[in-house]
Write a protein that binds this ligand. Structure first.
Ligand code: SF4
Ligand code: SF4
Length: 442
């Protein structure tokens, strides 16, 4: 397929990265790529969707992967996956003979193997320069569900209308559901048998990089998990930052042990971020050297420093993120040229085992199966958010009272801006239109 045609299909069918920030997938297509990587790392503890989707739809996903590689004229195609996802690996191997270009790249069982900078290093040995994107080293990375959406768009002409979400933690029956975009988190919890404790804390996404959520929040194209936690538990507490207190605690007890930098995944790849230097400079208000402050712009927010490394229970990630937002608000950008150190020789010994991380987070008890359930269900109302991706949000193209059919275009980003189209996830009637969402009664 011609690259321009693929570009158009991805944009028109609303395809964005299915985890993280929702970067429009068409905008990653670039002929400078010689390698396409399918990211099946799924390194956040408890989430179980990608490996199961990969297992069930290996052929479809590999078909789309091959199509993308052909359009880009990329010579290498790597499925990055952990050996422990044995059933998914088996499904890939069973189809490999049909796809000559595709090979498997095994990832270590560590967090954050799915950070694309880490995934690229582990599978190709290339280091994405600090502040840069994968194409700088000739790579394009898509995750499993995104690639399945690409398949559905190319081969079945279906836009993105549904999402796979793992629902686990304090629920009766952990499960990985396929649901229409716009259902509430509470409806997902009900489908998982209901909550097991009163007043659980809702988390959207994984325990390391997820966000505090509410039962009335709704599924978007980037929702990968809904996890219910006990109030007061380690992860639940980490979701509500108390910046002043955290700063005061850092001043009192940071012992400059450097452990946070020693385990920082970006630091280990030679990137300039050093959480220990930031903490040291920040707590002692050393402003004669601004480097540790400016280097916060190279933090990816993975959370290893505060959720795993710091033996004093301090919060480098949170403080860095507050500082980083301040820099951005004031128009401070990354330096054009930065000093990049070689990958640390100690790196292999400093990787964070996912199993140990899960235990450290106090989540091992929830780390069981969350089987895939693709039953088609009807929900009374669907709230379709207009800003589900990075770039310019969609502008509504329907009005209250309009009848829409499943898959119909209901909103779109401006044609000349970074953005995608948005489609009705079910047949229904539009009951409300705001600048944030479109409500459908089905
Ligand atoms: S969150 Fe911490 S460990 Fe992760 S990149 Fe930022 S400084 Fe490094
Ligand atoms: S690991 Fe904790 S105590 Fe050690 S330098 Fe980092 S923030 Fe300070």
């Amino acid at each position: 397929m011609e690259l321009a045609r693929l570009n158009e299909i991805l944009r028109n069918n609303g395809i964005v990265g299915c985890g993280g920030a929702g970067f429009p997938s068409y905008a990653k297509l670039n002929k400078a790529a010689d390698t396409v990587i399918l990211n099946c790392a799924e390194c956040e503890p408890l989430l179980k969707l990608h490996r199961q989707v990969m297992q069930k739809y290996a052929y479809e996903i590999m078909t789309a992967l091959e199509e993308v590689a052909e359009a880009l004229e990329a010579k290498d195609v790597i499925i990055a996956i952990k050996p422990s996802y044995a059933s998914a690996v088996e499904a890939i191997k069973a189809n490999l003979s049909s796809f000559k270009r595709i090979k498997i790249g095994f990832l270590p069982e560590v967090y954050p193997a799915g950070d694309e900078v880490v995934t690229i290093y582990e599978t190709t040995g290339r280091v994405v320069p600090p502040g840069s994107i994968p194409i700088a080293v000739g790579c394009v990375v898509y995750n499993v569900e995104t690639m399945l959406n690409i398949y559905r768009a190319i081969r079945e002409e279906k836009p993105v209308m549904e999402k796979y979400v793992t629902v686990c933690g304090e629920v009766k029956n952990p499960v990985t559901l396929k649901v229409p975009i716009g259902v509430t988190f509470k409806e997902l919890v009900d489908l998982a048998g209901g909550q097991t404790i009163p007043d659980p804390v809702y988390l959207s996404g994984g325990p390391m990089m997820g966000k505090l959520a509410h039962p009335t929040d709704v599924v978007t194209k980037t929702t990968s998990g809904v996890i219910l936690l006990k109030p007061g538990s380690y992860v639940a507490n980490s979701l509500t930052p108390h910046v002043k207190l955290q700063f005061a605690r850092a001043k009192a007890v940071c012992c400059d042990c450097m452990m946070c930098s020693a385990l920082c995944p970006r630091h280990l790849l030679g990137h300039p971020i050093s959480p220990a230097d930031f903490m040291n400079s920040g707590v002692s208000l050393k402003t004669d050297n601004v480097k540790p402050f400016l280097d916060t712009l190279y933090c990816c927010g993975c959370g290893v420093c505060e959720m795993y490394a710091c033996n004093q229970g301090l919060n480098p990630r949170t403080l860095i993120s507050v500082y980083k937002s301040g820099l951005r608000k004031n128009g401070v950008a990354m330096a054009g040229q930065v000093e990049v150190k070689p990958v640390t020789a100690q790196r292999p010994h400093r990787l964070v085992s996912k199993e140990r991380l899960t235990a450290r987070l106090g989540l091992s008890q929830y780390d069981g199966p969350a089987p895939l359930d693709e039953t088609e269900r009807k929900f009374a109302n669907l709230k379709v958010m207009l800003g589900q991706h990075i770039g310019v949000p969609c502008a509504p193209g329907v009005a209250v009272g309009d009848r829409v059919t499943k898959g119909q275009l209901i909103a779109a980003s401006p044609a000349n801006a970074l953005g995608v189209c948005l489609h009705a996830p079910a047949d229904g009637t539009v009951t409300e239109v705001t600048d944030k969402y479109i409500m459908l009664r089905t």
